[in-house]
Design a protein around this ligand. Structure first.
Ligand code: ADP
Length: 169
């Protein structure tokens, strides 16, 4: 099941929230900074032993002080105009995050709008990939995992909702 809400992802009581991290996994701005602040310093300590994460891949940690049990850290592509496999890499973020979620028997997961902040990915295209990739993966795995797209702005929520209502997948 897929749905979209407007919220601060650090407040969500789900099995796992996804972090739009950078490849060092050592924290940053945007949603990454918010997650590290809310989870506390133990999250950074666990991230330090993971040895970074290549773009498109995902790694799991505990959620520490967050209401979420786990954090899945994935690294989105930087938007370079669209001809540098940005779409394929963004798709990998969603696929690899869901793979990890399934391995850890996660039933509820929330994604931020990966790459659409500092990394500059256009929101319409990014939301399309997010929804289509997640729907495809759920169908493929016949999984009943509940996926929430956690939008930070009202505009992002409108984009996600209109795509979900159109049933683009
Ligand atoms: P990226 O580097 O992948 O672009 P950003 O953190 O800059 O990552 O932005 C990704 C998305 O996360 C943007 O839509 C941004 O508005 C959103 N965002 C920032 N803070 C939060 C938060 N606390 N909860 C949910 N989404 C957030």
């Amino acid at each position: 099941m897929l749905n979209a809400i407007q919220a601060d992802i650090t407040t969500l009581k789900v099995d796992a929230i996804v972090n739009a991290a950078n490849s060092s996994l050592l924290g940053g701005g945007g949603v990454d900074g918010a997650i590290h602040r809310a989870a506390g310093s133990e999250l950074l300590a666990e991230c330090k032993i993971l040895g970074g994460c290549p773009t498109g891949e995902a790694k799991l940690t505990k959620g520490y002080k967050l209401p979420a049990k786990f954090v899945i850290h994935t690294v989105g592509p930087v938007w370079l105009g669209g001809n540098h496999n940005e779409a394929g890499l963004l798709e990998n973020c969603y696929t690899n995050s869901l793979k990890l979620a399934l391995e850890h028997r996660i039933k509820t997961i929330a994604f931020p709008s990966i790459s659409t902040g500092v990394y500059g990915y256009p929101i319409n295209e990014a939301a399309h990939i997010a929804i289509q990739t997640c729907q495809k993966k759920l169908n493929e795995l016949q999984s009943d995992i509940e996926i929430t797209f956690c939008c930070f702005s009202k505009h992002d929520l409108e984009v996600y909702q209109s795509l979900l209502n159109k049933g683009i997948c």
